[in-house]
Design a protein around this ligand. Structure first.
Ligand code: SF4
Length: 373
């Protein structure tokens, strides 16, 4: 009898949520398709970025690479350019690597099995489940931050949700609640509820289609769950950057060798995460006077002599994940740029290249400095 009641209430919960989703879902372009390639691109873009911010990038990326084959044969530089502005460039690099694997091993179709999907670079449990359920109707429940919050509140689960044992418990509940008849819609409905109603702060319980049976609401805990983790203090990094400028307004961009950067990537205070292994202005982590540090760096790396004219540019603040970066850029007028040391481009054009947002800020600050002369 009790089991029947639980079954009935689960069916009612599923019915209400799906009904609500069909009426209230945001009209997003990736929801108008079941094409696995497009669903995959959207899921990768949405990993660290809000849906509204993803929209223009999603359209631009698919204009450039409308099919998986077009992506698989593209040069990395072009893919990074199409990704430019979204940040976390390792996502774009993994997309390209995965597209090539899908082309060569899976006949250019995103694989249907979880094991094969998980073997692709950049595809974790969440992405594999999302793509397979939405594109192929596989009965797999997703668990991301939004879904975890909804489950934690409905079940009044306390503690740190990201702890491995708790996450496993949440995944088990997500699996149990899944509407296997329409897994793609179900997963999107759960995420939509978390993104628009059961929001991190001030959940709109009055407008919630599944408030009945919600334990957090009943216990007056909706605002307090999930418990917030204490944030650790950000890592502070100071970077000295050189905008070298020749007589015709050209500048020099460099790219760290992949090996050196891979080491940097793992160091929170390194340059790798700040410039995303993309073309960037010559720079060095500064521990003392930024000009002295930069002079030493430029003379060792680019054989820059002492004849250049230096102008300070106002410092730039740049937050990236847990880092609080202060960039101290210098405009350095030189006779000639060292060809062979990197890429020589017009400073005005640098901001339109595939560069990180930190580099874009440096370019903009340098142009503003020049404009104010
Ligand atoms: Fe979230 Fe409130 Fe709905 Fe419960 S009633 S699921 S806390 S929005």
């Amino acid at each position: 009898m009790a089991r029947q009641r639980t079954k009935d209430s689960l069916a009612e919960f599923q019915r209400r949520l799906l009904e609500w989703f069909h009426v209230n879902r945001r009209d997003l372009p990736w929801r108008r398709t079941r094409d696995a390639y497009r669903v995959w691109i959207s899921e990768i873009m949405l990993q660290q970025t809000r849906a509204a911010a993803v929209l223009p990038y999603y359209r631009r990326f698919l204009r450039a690479f409308p099919r998986l084959r077009a992506l698989a044969r593209a040069r990395e530089e072009r893919v990074l350019k199409a990704w430019s502005g979204l940040g976390y460039y390792s996502r774009a690099r993994n997309l390209l690597r995965a597209a090539r694997i899908i082309q060569s091993r899976h006949g250019s179709r995103f694989p249907r099995s979880v094991g094969e999907a998980l073997a692709l670079p950049g595809v974790g449990a969440y992405t594999a489940r999302a793509v397979l359920s939405i594109a192929y109707g596989e009965p797999l429940a997703v668990l991301d931050g939004n879904v975890a919050r909804v489950i934690a509140r409905r079940e009044a689960i306390e503690g740190d949700l990201s702890a491995p044992a708790r996450w496993k418990e949440l995944q088990a509940l997500a699996d149990r609640w899944l509407d296997a008849g329409s897994p793609g819609d179900w997963n999107q409905a759960m995420m939509e509820l978390g993104a628009t109603v059961c929001t991190p702060r001030q959940p709109r319980c009055g407008a919630c289609p599944v408030r009945e049976g919600c334990k957090a609401l009943r216990l007056g805990l909706a605002d307090r769950l999930p418990e917030r983790r204490a944030k650790s203090a950000p890592v502070r990094v100071r970077v000295a950057a050189a905008v070298l400028l020749d007589g015709v307004g050209r500048t020099l961009l460099v790219r760290s060798p992949a090996k050196a950067t891979a080491q940097n990537e793992s160091r929170p205070e390194g340059l790798g995460p700040i410039f995303s292994r993309l073309w960037h202005f010559p720079a060095v982590v500064s521990t003392a006077d930024s000009r002295t540090d930069l002079e030493r760096h430029l003379s060792a790396e680019l054989l820059l002599d002492g004849a250049a004219r230096w102008q300070a540019i106002s410092a730039i603040r740049h937050a990236i994940t847990f880092r609080d970066v202060t960039i101290e850029p210098w405009l350095i007028h030189v006779e000639e740029l060292a060809s062979g040391a990197g890429k020589i481009v017009a400073l005005e054009a640098a901001g339109r290249m595939a560069i990180s947002s930190a580099s874009r800020k440096i370019a903009a600050a340098a142009l503003a400095r020049l404009g104010g002369e």
